[in-house]
Design a protein around this ligand. Structure first.
Ligand SMILES: [Zn+2]
Length: 211
């Protein structure tokens, strides 16, 4: 091999050893607005597809309101992140005729392109919505609000329910004040649709990975 060929082979190899290339150029931004009665909110995330998985990444910029310290915020953020990813990530997968793509969901709180500015108020127990959180909000509440960022509606009476298909489900993460809510297979339908359009695959099924 010529030196140049060897060099480029090594570069190529190193790029692959570095793991899946989830460079910004590969991702696609998905965003829009949902309205339900008096509620209206913006959803938004970045979606990446490679040969091993579908990655959905949501960037959240936490902004401390007066009365909340940076130390408090730094303390609670990892707990929120852990629950968000526990509820949403690696729960379901997309299955084609010859491959399975786990749906990996990643919440990031640092970086240049965070889609959502969330004000974090002191205290807790008051009304939290997609972009207004409280420092004492439970990790499950954070995971619920994250669901809205993914484009999901509430699933409880009086909430921002889907006007076309109202769903009430006390066991869902999208219920009111969830304590043991989980993500449901229907919550991933938009990712299945996106995948079908993106790949042109006819047969794409959502499957459960674990409880
Ligand atoms: Zn909600």
């Amino acid at each position: 091999m010529k030196h140049a060929t060897v060099f480029f082979s090594i570069v190529f190899l190193l790029l692959h050893l570095a793991g899946p290339a989830f460079g910004d150029e590969l991702g696609k931004n998905i965003s829009g607005r949902h309205t339900s009665g008096r509620y209206s909110w913006l959803y938004g995330y970045r979606i990446y597809l490679d040969e091993n998985r579908l990655l959905v990444r949501v960037g959240i910029h936490l902004v401390a309101a007066p009365g909340v310290t940076g130390v408090q915020l730094a303390g609670v953020q990892p707990e929120w992140e852990k629950e968000i990813e526990g509820v949403w990530s690696n729960r379901f997968a997309l299955e084609t005729q010859n491959k399975t793509y786990p749906i990996v969901v990643d919440a990031v709180f640092k970086g240049p392109s965070l889609q959502h500015d969330v004000i974090v108020l002191p205290g807790g127990g008051r009304r939290t919505d997609e972009l207004t959180w409280h420092i004492m909000d439970s990790p499950q509440t954070a995971a619920h609000e994250f669901g809205h960022m993914l484009g999901l509606y509430d699933e409880y009476m009086g909430g921002a329910v889907d006007p076309l298909q109202k769903i009430i489900d006390p066991g869902s993460i999208m219920t009111s004040a969830p304590v043991a809510g989980t993500s449901r297979i229907r919550h991933y339908e938009r990712f299945r649709q996106w995948f079908r359009t993106e790949t042109g695959e006819e047969y794409v099924k959502l499957i459960r990975l674990k409880e």
